[in-house]
Design a protein around this ligand. Structure first.
Ligand code: GTP
Ligand code: MG
Length: 221
């Protein structure tokens, strides 16, 4: 069967009110709630949440810090496998931001890695209040086989996900355009993919107002 013809345009703007709602939501304060190591440790499912998934080192924790304007809210580092628990952050009373451990290669003991890999898959497939998964893709590398595996899990679990390109400050302009072309084709094979891509840089701030607006809209629904 041919892949569905969905454009997967790059999100370039949101209306001014949506941007303002996003700004306000994230300016309202964001606090660490808890780190979770097993499904029975998840907070009560009493509000919507969005999560940040992606390969180890793709920039999940850095993106949470950049969105909230807090340098060290989520622990980021150059060592793949930094985040080893499902970390919950509250956005006022509106909802939760969830920082996930990475999938793929991690510099940590195998047994530990296997445990968090299992947990993050259970979480992605079974969290009832998960309004959307943001699947982060390195702007230099595009969608890798392990990303496809996670996207297929989201397809099967009917969890809507949106692709977010990270580290957009790194590739040259031509390289970014080429990555975007391959990412579009890759997303076309996943029915649960939201048809817009957000391009971000936590370092330079690109795309952050758009992503804040998108999260605010989801948490308000
Ligand atoms: P794990 O928790 O190990 O899965 O990694 P992560 O996805 O949370 O990545 P993290 O935020 O820890 O960032 C990994 C590395 O990428 C760090 O050295 C960051 O400084 C760097 N990084 C993250 N975002 C950006 C970005 O937008 N631009 C650049 N140039 N570097 C970034
Ligand atoms: Mg992390």
């Amino acid at each position: 069967m041919a892949a569905p013809q969905v454009p997967f345009t790059v999100m370039a703007e949101a209306d001014r009110e949506a941007i303002e709602r996003g700004r306000k939501l994230f300016a309202g304060g964001c606090d660490f709630v808890k780190g979770v190591v097993a499904m029975d440790g998840l907070p009560a499912p009493d509000r919507p949440e969005v999560c940040f998934a992606g390969r180890s080192n793709v920039g999940k924790s850095s993106l949470i810090n950049a969105l909230t304007g807090r340098r060290a809210l989520a622990r980021a580092s150059n060592t793949p496998g930094r985040t080893q628990e499902i970390n919950y952050f509250s956005l006022g009373e509106s909802g939760y931001l969830v920082d996930l451990p990475g999938y793929g290669y991690a510099r940590a003991p195998l047994e530990k890695v296997a445990k968090w890999q299992d947990l993050l898959r259970q979480y992605l497939a079974g969290r009832v209040t998960l309004a959307r998964a943001y699947v982060l893709i390195d702007a230099r590398h595009g969608v890798k086989p392990v990303d496809h595996e996670i996207m297929a899990l989201l397809d099967r679990s009917a969890v809507s996900f949106q692709a977010v390109l990270t580290k957009a400050d790194k590739p040259k302009a031509g390289e970014l355009t080429r990555t975007l072309e391959t990412v579009r084709a890759d997303l076309g094979t996943h029915p649960a993919a939201y048809p817009e891509i957000i391009v971000t840089s936590s370092e330079k701030g690109d795309g952050l107002p758009l992503l804040r607006a998108a999260v605010a809209r989801l948490l308000a629904e």
